[in-house]
Design a protein around this ligand. Structure first.
Ligand SMILES: Cc1cc2nc3c(=O)[nH]c(=O)nc-3n(C[C@H](O)[C@H](O)[C@H](O)COP(=O)(O)OP(=O)(O)OC[C@H]3O[C@@H](n4cnc5c(N)ncnc54)[C@H](O)[C@@H]3O)c2cc1C
Length: 379
C-alpha cells in the first residue's frame, strides 16, 4: 500500500466520504481507509430521515433541561438540510432523491400536544420554524393521517434522502478530485512518530500528517488508542420497509407518543423506523432484527397512517447506530493533528455539514474557537 499521505481518513461512511471530498476538493492529498466496504455500516442502513426537530424519545426521557442543552445542535442539523439541497448538483448525483416537504409530529392525546408545545418553544428559541397545528389544520395538510389525531407539530424544512447512495456519491466525487480509497483495510493503531502519525493497518503502516477519525460507532475505540475515553456508544437498531404503493405520504411523519419515523421513498415503499432496538448476534457480532420489537413499531405506524395496514412488509433490517447519552455531537481536534467527526443518532442529517466543518478545521481554514464548532469540542 502507498505508505504516506497528507491526510488519512478512517472510515468510509457518510462522515468519512464527505470529509474526504472536502479535503480532496481543497487540493489536499487524501487516503481513506475502510475496514469493510464503503457505506456498509450505519450510513447505508439508516432510514433516510432528514431531521430538524428535537427528537421525541429523549425529550420524553430526559426532559426540558436536556433539550435546552441539546438545542444548539439543531443549528448543525438545519445547516445539514441546507447542504443536502446543494448535494445533487454539487456531486452530480440526482439519485440522492433529496426531498424536503416537511415533518409532522402527530399527537393523539391532549397531553402529547402539551409536550409538543413545550418542545416547540425550545426549538423556536433556536430559530427553528415549528408550527403547532390543530386537528383540522393538520388533517387538511396531511389527509392520510388517522382521524383520531388531535393535532401536531409541523416543521417545513424536514424531509428525506436516499441512504443507499449518499456516501458512494461523496466517495466518487472525492476520487475524481484525487482522493485514494482503500476498502477492506482496517486501521489497527495510531502512534505519534516525530512530526507525523504512524497509522497501523491490516495492509501495513501509513505515515500521515493529519488523521481524521470518522469511524462512527467505532470512533471511541480509535480515540482510545490515543488514551482518550470519549462517551461514544454503539446501539443496534432496526428499520422496516413495505412493498411499493401509490404516493400517499409526502412528509416525514413522527409520533408524539413514542419512537416512530415514517416516510415514503421515491420508489413508493414506506420506510418505518424510529430507533427501536435490535440485538447483536453473539457469534458474528452483527446487528440482527428483534422480532418482539417489530409489532410496537408497526403499530405506531398504523396508528399514525392507517393506509399502512394494508401493505405487506418486504424486509426488516438492523444496523449499529453511533450514539451519545446526551445526543450531542463530538467535533474537533482530539490530539495534535487528529480530528474527530462524530454526529450521533442523526448523523445522516448532519453528516454532510459537519464533515465540511471538520475538514476545514483539519485544513487550517477554520479556527478551533469558530462559533459553529467550538461548543462541540470533545472532552
Ligand atoms: C438503523 C438506523 C437508522 C438510522 N436512521 C437515521 C435517520 O433516519 N436519519 C439520520 O439522520 N440518521 C439516522 N441514523 C444514524 C446515521 O445513520 C449515523 O449517525 C451516520 O450514518 C453515521 O455516519 P458515520 O460515517 O459517522 O458512521 P458509519 O456509517 O457507521 O461509518 C463508519 C465507518 O467506519 C468504518 N470503521 C470503523 N472502524 C474502522 C477501523 N478501525 N478501520 C477502518 N474503518 C473503520 C466502519 O466499517 C464504517 O464503514 C440511523 C442509523 C441506523 C443504524
Amino acid at each position: 500500500m502507498e505508505n504516506a499521505a497528507e491526510f488519512v481518513v478512517i472510515g468510509g461512511g457518510l462522515a468519512g466520504c464527505a470529509t474526504a471530498w472536502h479535503l480532496a476538493r481543497a487540493g489536499a492529498e487524501v487516503l481513506l481507509l475502510e475496514r469493510d466496504e464503503i457505506n456498509a455500516a450505519a450510513s447505508g442502513n439508516n432510514s433516510g430521515s432528514i431531521h430538524a426537530q428535537i427528537p421525541v424519545e429523549p425529550f420524553l426521557n430526559q426532559g426540558e433541561a436536556w433539550a435546552r442543552r441539546f438545542a444548539p445542535t439543531l443549528r448543525l442539523m438545519v445547516a445539514g438540510i441546507a447542504r443536502w439541497k446543494e448535494l445533487p448538483a454539487e456531486l452530480g448525483a440526482p439519485e440522492l432523491e433529496v426531498s424536503t416537504k416537511g415533518g409532522l409530529v402527530v399527537a393523539r392525546r391532549a397531553a402529547e400536544l402539551d409536550m409538543l408545545s413545550r418542545k416547540a418553544a425550545i426549538e423556536r428559541a433556536e430559530g427553528l420554524d415549528v408550527r403547532l397545528l390543530g386537528r383540522e389544520e393538520l388533517l387538511s395538510l396531511a389527509p392520510y393521517l388517522a382521524r383520531d389525531t388531535v393535532g401536531g407539530a409541523f416543521c417545513p424544512i424536514e424531509g428525506k434522502a436516499n441512504p443507499l447512495v449518499a456516501a458512494h456519491a461523496f466517495a466518487r466525487a472525492a476520487q475524481t478530485a484525487g482522493a485514494r480509497i482503500r476498502r477492506r483495510t482496517a486501521v489497527t493503531g495510531l502512534r505519534r512518530d516525530g512530526e507525523a502519525w504512524e497509522v497501523a493497518t491490516t495492509a501495513g503502516v501509513v505515515r500521515a500528517h493529519r488523521v481524521l477519525n470518522c469511524a462512527g460507532a467505532e470512533a471511541g475505540k480509535v480515540a482510545a488508542w490515543l488514551g482518550l475515553d470519549l462517551p461514544i456508544e454503539a446501539h443496534p437498531i432496526q428499520v422496516t420497509v413495505t412493498e411499493r404503493t401509490a404516493p400517499i405520504v409526502p412528509h416525514l411523519v413522527y409520533s408524539a407518543a413514542d419512537r416512530l419515523s415514517l416516510k415514503q421513498t421515491a420508489q413508493g415503499s414506506i420506510v418505518i423506523g424510529g430507533g427501536w432496538p435490535a440485538r447483536l448476534d453473539a457469534a458474528t457480532g452483527r446487528a440482527v432484527v428483534r422480532m418482539d420489537q417489530l409489532a410496537p413499531n408497526l403499530r405506531l405506524a398504523v396508528e399514525a397512517v392507517p393506509a399502512v395496514a394494508r401493505l405487506r412488509v418486504v424486509r426488516s433490517w438492523a444496523a449499529v447506530v453511533n450514539g451519545t447519552q446526551d445526543w450531542r455531537p463530538l467535533l474537533g481536534e482530539i490530539a495534535d493533528g487528529v480530528f474527530l467527526c462524530f454526529f450521533p443518532w442523526m448523523g445522516f442529517t448532519a453528516g454532510p455539514h459537519v464533515a465540511r466543518l471538520v475538514a476545514e478545521l483539519a485544513l487550517g481554514r477554520r479556527r478551533r474557537d469558530d462559533p459553529e464548532i467550538a461548543g462541540f469540542a470533545p472532552g
